[in-house]
Design a binder for this molecule. Structure first.
Ligand SMILES: Nc1ncnc2c1ncn2[C@@H]1O[C@H](COP(=O)(O)OP(=O)(O)O)[C@@H](O)[C@H]1O
Ligand SMILES: [Mg+2]
Length: 248
């Protein structure tokens, strides 16, 4: 696959999602461009996580397409679906580290699962990712309960990046962090995007992240995409940007 020719890394086309009879997204469309930091915004319960989950093989759509890197991911055969999954890095809201494994083993998990690298190579790679996300090598031997909230997120990020994905998905990455750690995390995401050329799709309700690092966004409201564009676009459309952002 030649990714350079694909302008939109994620393209959502006429997507409807539901749980049973209850519709969460009703025929929505939008796209995420290459190397963007793209935010999914909306009130609590507006379906941000549900939408994110359709992009990472966790929630199948009721109707419509989730096209990633040019392919409708929900119609791939198992082999192509596996290949696609290797392009997607995911950091869940609470880090989702295994408490019985050290930091190093947590980061090595995807390498163990999906590669045939030697133990030494996997360790070396895991160390590299830990350093890249701003952690010291000594952290490798700690267990998750010995880490601060910000460190847990970074370890989760290192694990999400372990297989060098093309797209990084983050669900509320700065929630639960103090403001300073949250801004540091934002800066790290921007740095990784620049350094690695990855695209980032994140669910957030952190307006400082939106103002600081997000290139474009959608705002979900009443099962629809209420807005798609940059903060500048939003400013033009809203009388009071802050009041609008507060109201989300
Ligand atoms: N597995 C599920 N089964 C049934 N309803 C769900 C499930 N997951 C989420 N929901 C409901 O779908 C709606 C959207 O949830 P969610 O996507 O988690 O919203 P957000 O992430 O924006 O807070 C909520 O009303 C939630 O209760
Ligand atoms: Mg959510």
């Amino acid at each position: 696959m030649d990714f350079k020719k694909i302008a939109s890394v994620v393209e959502i086309r006429n997507l409807t999602t539901s749980y049973g009879e209850r519709i969460i997204q009703d025929n929505i469309s939008f796209s995420v461009k290459q190397k963007e930091i793209f935010a999914l915004l909306g009130g609590s319960g507006s379906g941000k996580s549900t939408l994110l989950n359709t992009m990472i093989f966790l929630k199948s759509p009721t109707k419509g397409e989730v096209r990633i890197l040019g392919k409708d991911i929900w119609s791939l055969n198992p082999k192509d679906a596996l290949e696609m999954k290797l392009n997607l890095g995911v950091l869940f809201q609470f880090g989702a580290l295994f408490s019985s494994l050290t930091v190093l083993d947590n980061v090595m998990l995807p390498l163990r699962e999906y590669t045939y690298f030697s133990q030494r190579d996997m360790q070396e790679l895991a160390f590299m990712w830990l350093v890249r996300v701003g952690l010291k090598k000594e952290v490798a031997n700690l267990y998750p309960n010995e880490l601060s909230g910000g460190m847990v997120k970074r370890v989760g990020l290192a694990r999400a990046l372990a297989l060098s994905p093309k797209i990084l998905f983050l669900d509320e990455p700065t929630s639960g962090l103090d403001p300073k750690s949250a801004r540091e995390f934002d800066a790290l995401i921007a740095q990784l995007r620049d350094l690695l050329g990855i695209s980032v799709v994140m669910v957030t309700h952190d307006m400082e992240s939106v103002k600081g690092v997000v290139d474009r966004m959608i705002v979900l409201k009443k099962k629809k995409v209420f807005f798609e564009g940059s903060l500048e676009d939003l400013k033009e459309q809203m009388e009071s940007l802050d009041a609008f952002l507060e109201s989300i």
